[in-house]
Ligand binder design. Sequence first.
Ligand SMILES: *Cc1c(COP(=O)(O)O)cnc(C)c1O
Length: 331
Amino acid sequence: MLMSKNLQNFPRVTLGHLPTPVAELKQLSRALNGPRIFIKRDDLTGLGLGGNKVRKLEFLLGEALRQGCDTVITGGAAQSNHCRQTAAAAASVGLACHLGLGGSKPAEINGNLLLDYLFGAQVHWCGEQRKGEKLPIIAEKLATEGRKPYVIPYGGSNEVGALGFVAAIGELKRQLSTDSPIRHIVFPSSSGGTHAGISVGVDIYGLKANIIGVGIDKRPSTETAYEVELASLANALSSKLDLNKTYNPSNFIVRKEYQAPGYGVVSDIEREAITLLARTEGILLDPVYSGRAMGGLIAMIRNNEFPKNEAVLFWHTGGTPALFDYARDLL
Ligand SMILES: *Cc1c(COP(=O)(O)O)cnc(C)c1O
C-alpha cells in the first residue's frame, strides 16, 4: 500500500448505483475448463443504462459544478457509450450537454445515439473526427453565446475522470475477502482512464493482481504509443493524489493481438464471446469493448496463460446499448 491524498478531497457527485456486484461465472469456467472467473458488473452502474464512464463522471461533473459551469461538452464515436453516459449524467445534475460525434447523422437512429437524443443532448456531427478533436471549437462558440462550458476529453480520460477508477479499486477491495483467489484483472483498455485508474488504485489499496488491459483501438504511431499515454495519465493521477510513485510505459500490460480488425469492427472473437457469455451466464457484453476483451480472455484461457489455482476477475465495463446497432453483425 502507498500513502496518498484522500479521495474525499476531490469534488464528486453521486451518479452510480455503487458498489456494483461481484459474481462468479461458474458455468463459463466449466465451459472453458479454465480457472475460476469472477466478474465486476460495471454494466450495472445504473445511470442511463450504466457503464464504466459513470465512475469517471462522478468526479468530472463534481469539478464542472465546482467551477460553476452550466454546460458540458464531450465527444466520441456515433455509438459512444461515454457520450451517452455523459448526456444522462448532465441531465441528472441539470447541466446542458453538447456532443461532438464522429460521422454524419445516420438514417436510422439506434442504440447509444437514440439515448443521447432522449437525454436531451445537442449533437454536432464531426465527420472523420471521432475523438473529440472539435471540442475546443464547440466550446469557444458556446462561450461566445454566454455559456460556461466544461470540456470533458475523449472517454473522460484525464486525471480527474481516472479518480473514479481509483475509487473503484477501493470499492473492489472492500468487496473481496482477504483470502480472495483473484490474481488477474482483465478489462478493455481504450482511452486509458480505466487502465490508469485501476493501476494507480491497486498501488494505493495494495491489491495483489496482474492488471491486463485488452487493447481495443490501435494507435497509428508507434507500437508502444498507448503505453506512453497510460504512463503519462498515471503520473498526472499520481501527482494529483500526492502519491510518491512514477509510472513508466513498461508498467502497463496492453494485449494488442485482438484489436487487428479495427475499432468497432465485430469479428469472430467478439461474436463468440458475446454468445458464449449470454448462453452460459445470461449476461450481455457489448460489441466494441467488453465483447473484444472477453474474447481476449477466452483466448488467454485456452492458451493456458492462467494457473488453475489463480482466479481471474473480468471487469465488465458496460456498453450493452450498442448491441442493438450491431444486430446484423452479431447473428
Ligand atoms: C469507454 C469504454 C471502455 C474503455 O475505457 P477507457 O477508460 O476509455 O479505456 C471499455 N468498455 C466500454 C463499454 C466503454 O464504453
